[in-house]
Design a protein around this ligand. Structure first.
Ligand SMILES: Nc1ncnc2c1ncn2[C@@H]1O[C@H](COP(=O)(O)OP(=O)(O)O)[C@@H](O)[C@H]1O
Ligand SMILES: [Mg+2]
Length: 256
């Protein structure tokens, strides 16, 4: 799906927590129960999830791995109110996202979720700075204030000297750093990233992931990252594997 990332209001100051501390921290920010998704296709129905149940707690950095076609993107779309489940409930930041109208879902996405995709989807005719400001402009924020806020984010991702560049004048890694800035400019609580480094070489992928991790911590985000890169997944406090319609903890060899 190709919606532009969005973002939101209140700056958050939650401290990131790892899995060891999850039991003590109370309310999940994402609560999924009995999630099912079935597509009807010309060749019959295709069931992606067989009743997924999972929670994500504030401050967690969760990786989701799984083969191509397992349903990772579909899962992120449902979590981020871009798609609806066939059955089950998804509570995301105290909102039952399956019950939102299209308009409410759009407002929810703009205020609560920051998205990053494998491809940056920056608008080619606008400068990097204008692209970063886009979620704020979409909310109706005053242009000057939106550009000033976007400018802070250009610094935050280390690209203030690329503000006037068009996306086509930036490297792949720079484009993804701009996409991250655009996802976070409005102060979302949740960052959903779908193969954010999938189109980058190994070194650049590592750097973009470093930045994502740093922003996750400094902005008190709760983040879910879909990735094919098992090395990067292993750096996350928790990794889940989506396979045959079920989600289970995934362990690296070093974790035994
Ligand atoms: N709108 C749709 N209609 C029918 N099938 C779909 C639709 N969207 C995705 N699929 C199918 O669902 C499966 C999971 O897709 P996706 O979530 O993109 O997987 P992943 O991101 O893990 O590669 C794929 O087999 C895909 O072809
Ligand atoms: Mg996908």
């Amino acid at each position: 799906m190709k919606q532009a990332p969005s973002a939101a209001a209140s700056p958050v100051s939650r401290t990131p927590r790892n899995k060891e501390s999850r039991a003590s921290e109370g309310t999940a920010i994402i609560q999924v129960r009995g999630l099912e998704k079935t597509y009807s296709t010309a060749r019959g129905s295709l069931t992606l999830f067989h009743g997924l149940d999972f929670d994500v707690y504030p401050g967690e950095l969760v990786a989701i791995v799984g083969q191509s076609g397992a349903g990772k993107s579909t899962l992120l779309h449902i979590l981020g109110a871009l798609d609806t489940p066939t059955a089950g409930t998804v509570h995301c930041a105290s909102t039952n996202t399956a019950e939102l109208t299209q308009r409410q879902a759009a407002t929810f996405r703009n205020s609560t979720i920051g998205y990053v995709w494998q491809f940056h989807y920056l608008l080619p005719e606008f400068t990097a700075l204008e692209n970063v400001a886009m979620p704020l402009l979409a909310r109706g924020q005053d242009r000057r204030a939106a550009l000033a806020e976007a400018s802070k984010w250009m610094r935050e991702v280390g690209l203030e000297d690329r503000s006037e560049h068009r996306p086509g004048e930036l490297s792949g890694g720079e484009q993804q750093r701009i996409a991250l800035a655009r996802a976070l400019v409005g102060g979302p609580r949740l960052l959903l990233a779908d193969e954010p480094t999938g189109d980058l070489d190994e070194t650049t992928a590592g750097r973009v992931f470093d930045l994502l991790e740093r922003l996750h911590v400094t902005h008190g985000l709760t983040s879910i990252i879909v990735t094919h890169n098992l090395e990067l997944a292993a750096r996350c406090a928790r990794t889940l594997r989506l396979e045959h319609g079920r989600l289970a903890p995934w362990k690296t060899a070093s974790q035994g």
